[in-house]
Design a binder for this molecule. Structure first.
Ligand SMILES: Cc1ncc(COP(=O)(O)O)c(C=O)c1O
Length: 406
């Protein structure tokens, strides 16, 4: 018998993966699918996914790409035509000048964010994350062995962190700032004045870079989208991330991109070259067609998202104990729900936090939502509003009824 056979069993898994949390949104969606499979009529409002089909002209381009033989490996940072089209998009929509060597196309904004975090952050460096934040930011920072420093906005300010808060949080170890606008989960949109003030703070701290996640750019109900990279004092230190999942309803295609200074873009390309290579050749041709088609299809979807937001807010404003800011973009509502903590459910259990409340709503109302913990806001709960109008009305009717039992 070998001596190793007598040793206590040790997990083969790395400390890195054991320290990582599973995505809370994916976990909740999994639970609601399990209930669905058992025949329960669950309305899933936990996922951040448009319920629209990808526009037909984009699907047609993908079919054409197959027929034209686009089945080979592509350059790691993307096909040249797509990188150029992304530069044209930045010029048209954001008045930003990039060259193709500053663009890295990836398998979704998620990979672009991970590429940037892993390419910039050293172990022990701090990453300021505007909170509430998207679930994956903190885990990406952990993966890079950085230290996530959540910085919370207030309910009164629609959860937007101010320039003064940022100034106070920057230390000599700060490397990066991460945020999304429009924001998932809050739907908040930073104004030109607010981002300008943030840019001024960053300008005073040349060791700090910024990762601006603009994946919800097109889903904006206030009209003006401002990019942090538009402020000349910081343009060189901003990595702008965007993609096709939300604006073009292309979640399953896996296509995103970042734009950055050439040395940072090259680093992200190197990271990607060793992990995934170029994203799907057919998807890239579809993305090219999407951009060439402009944003008309997105505008149609945005009109529906806006209508649904208003529909849901009308119902939710009547729910006692929910404090719900009006989202300016994206497709979520993010009420503060702490008034329900400490209450007793019909089965005798106590709702102690937003996770308990989310589980109660899943089991009692058959509506799945995500607890705010995963977004750095444990007093809140996130509902997606990307569902058909009648589903939303029914879901929030059930939520209201279930909450009344507490
Ligand atoms: C804020 C934010 N960033 C990035 C992503 C990832 O987008 P993609 O599907 O392009 O990877 C999401 C998706 O939910 C998101 O909400």
């Amino acid at each position: 018998m070998s001596s190793s056979a007598t040793l206590a069993p040790v997990s083969p898994l790395s400390d890195r993966i054991q320290a990582m949390n599973e995505s809370a949104t994916i976990a909740m969606a999994k639970k609601s699918r399990e209930l669905l499979a058992k025949g329960f009529d669950v309305i899933n409002l936990s996922f951040g996914e448009p319920d629209f089909q990808t526009p037909q002209y984009i699907k047609d381009a993908a079919k054409q790409a197959l027929d034209d033989g686009y089945t080979f490996y592509t350059p790691v940072p993307g096909i040249p035509e797509l990188r150029q089209a992304i530069c044209d998009k930045f010029k048209r929509d954001n008045d930003l000048d990039f060259l193709p060597n500053q663009i890295v196309v990836s398998t979704g904004a998620k990979q672009s964010l991970a590429n940037a975090v892993l390419s910039l952050v050293n172990p022990g460096e701090e990453v300021i994350v505007f909170s509430p934040y998207w679930v994956s930011y903190e885990e990406m920072v952990k993966l890079a062995e950085g230290i996530a420093v959540p910085l919370s906005g207030t309910l009164e300010n629609d959860y937007k962190v101010t320039a003064a808060q940022l100034e106070a949080a920057i230390t000599e170890r700060t490397k990066l700032l991460m945020f999304s606008s429009p924001c998932n989960p809050t739907g908040s949109v930073f104004s030109r004045a607010e981002l300008g003030a943030i840019a001024e703070v960053l300008a005073r701290h040349p060791h700090v870079y910024a990762l601006a996640d603009e994946i919800y750019e097109y889903i904006n109900f206030v009209g003006e989208h401002v990019s942090l990279a538009q402020f000349p004092a910081v343009t060189d230190r901003v990595i702008t991330v965007n993609g096709f999942s939300k604006g073009y309803a292309m979640t399953g295609w896996r296509l995103g991109y970042l734009a950055a200074r050439p040395d940072i873009a090259a680093a992200c390309e190197k990271m990607q070259s060793q992990v995934t290579s170029g994203t799907c050749s057919i998807t890239q041709r579809a993305g090219l067609a999407a951009l060439q088609g402009g944003r008309a299809s997105a505008d149609e979807m945005v009109a529906a998202y806006r209508r649904r937001r208003d529909l849901v807010l009308d119902i939710v404003r009547d729910i006692p104990g929910f404090k719900t800011p009006t989202p300016s973009g994206a497709f979520y509502i993010f009420p503060e729900v702490s008034a329900y903590f400490g209450r007793t459910a019909p089965d005798g259990s106590t709702i102690t936090n937003s996770m308990d409340l989310a589980m109660y709503l899943l089991n009692d109302a058959l509506v799945s939502a995500v607890s705010g913990d995963a977004f750095g806001a444990p007093d809140c709960i996130r509902f997606s509003t990307a569902a058909a109008d009648d589903k939303l009305v029914e879901a929030f009717r059930r939520v209201k009824e279930s909450l009344a039992k507490l």
